[in-house]
Ligand binder design. Structure first.
Ligand code: MG
Length: 386
């Protein structure tokens, strides 16, 4: 084990010094947007995006966040219901105007887990503060402006021909990489068919925890296809067995579900459990914790990228702002809005440039304008908390 990763210091974000504004209005809004096509992993298939939004208002300025929790526990244990409970009963009572964001995150430390709930509040506060200051969120976080690499994630398909069709459709846009969801029975032959059709394509696979260590010989067959990585092949909570599997595979492993915070990343690096980390800011407690994980990985020479949760334009915009950080070396899951929704709740939508890059939206805060009339149209429930 490499103990150095337990002691490796990570820099504090300048955004931790920003102060919580006085909040006149606080609303939790549940929206439901139909997906253009259902999205399936090895665990579950989703036909609509049901998202919990947080709207904060301070002296006429509005900050937004989108919680990445689903209404179900089929990706993570947090759900929109647990987030509502933890937000109202624990996180919000600890929030005091004038305290720094860093002090607030520290104040929340007795609340174990619930990174999605914490990220929702942190995100909305940072968007609000950046908008009040008339600057972009990545500027508030001390990050440069840069163009962002794009990637697309294709859900589990019904057949190999359907998968090849889905890849062909994805390749009609200049994405920098394609990710294929895999599961037991839809793996080696399926990836092999795509690799045969696209020998040069930057390709990776995501199993969402569908395999066990005893499947190592089968997973080793994927070494033949020059995948950039295999993401989360083993259990959603495991690190140690991934270390054992990584020793048996040539293909780099990437951890997603297993990384909940900086400490998990330290453990994964110390055990050599992966060579890549997928940072989902909406799951690991927010932008500031994500930047700490990215800084650790950068020092360790481990690539990181920004994973998606099929977010609406609000969550998608946070992921873009995060990827301004230099540690995000690989294309993430950020793809064009039109692939997911015929109508989104923000403007402008995410669109790829001719070279496949995404230009950072230029507005203050997360850079996009939330269209409240569209939010209203897709609202299932609005809870006015203050
Ligand atoms: Mg994943």
């Amino acid at each position: 084990m490499d103990h150095q990763y337990f002691h490796c210091p990570v820099p504090a974000s300048p955004a931790a010094q920003a102060r919580v504004p006085v909040l006149q209005k606080i609303d939790l809004i549940t929206v439901s947007l139909p997906f253009v096509k259902p999205f399936a992993t090895s665990v579950h298939s989703w036909a609509v995006k049901e998202a919990l939004l947080l709207r904060l208002e301070s002296e006429g300025v509005v900050g937004w966040a989108e919680c990445v929790a689903d209404p179900d526990p089929f990706y993570a244990s947090e759900t929109t219901h647990t987030v509502r409970h933890v937000f109202k009963d624990f996180l919000l009572p600890m929030l005091t105007p004038g305290q720094t964001i860093g002090a607030l995150l520290q104040r929340w430390s007795p609340v174990r887990g619930h990174g999605m709930a914490k990220a929702m509040v942190e995100n909305a506060l940072l968007d609000l503060i950046a908008r009040q200051q008339g600057r972009s969120l990545h500027e508030l976080l001390g990050l440069p402006t840069r163009r962002i690499q794009s990637g697309i994630s294709l859900g589990i398909q019904d057949s190999i021909p359907a998968l090849l069709d889905a890849v062909a459709e994805a390749m009609s846009r200049p994405y920098h990489r394609v990710k294929l969801k895999i599961m037991q029975g839809k793996d080696v032959e399926w990836i092999g068919a795509v690799r045969a059709a696209y020998p040069q394509l930057a390709l990776m696979a995501d199993a969402n925890g569908d395999y066990r260590l005893e499947h190592a010989p089968l997973l080793r067959e994927l070494d033949a296809f020059q995948l950039t990585m295999i993401e989360q092949p083993l259990s959603y909570s495991d690190i140690v067995q991934h270390a054992a599997l990584q020793r048996e595979l040539r293909t780099p492993l990437c951890l997603d579900e297993s990384i909940h915070d900086l400490d998990d990343a330290r453990s994964a690096l110390a055990l050599h459990a992966c060579r890549v980390v997928n940072i989902k800011q909406g799951r690991v407690g927010g932008m500031i914790e994500s930047l700490r994980i990215a800084a650790l990985c950068q020092r360790a020479g481990i690539d990181v990228w920004s994973g998606g949760m099929d977010e609406t334009g609000i969550g998608r915009a946070f992921n873009l702002q995060l990827q301004a950080a230099p540690g995000f070396t690989l294309p993430g899951d950020t793809s064009e809005t039109a692939r997911y929704f015929s109508e989104d709740i923000v403007d402008p939508p995410v669109v790829l440039a001719d070279d496949g890059f995404i230009d950072m939206p230029g507005g203050a805060g997360i850079g996009v304008a939330v269209q409240e009339d569209r939010v209203d149209r897709y609202t299932l429930q609005r809870e006015h908390i203050r």
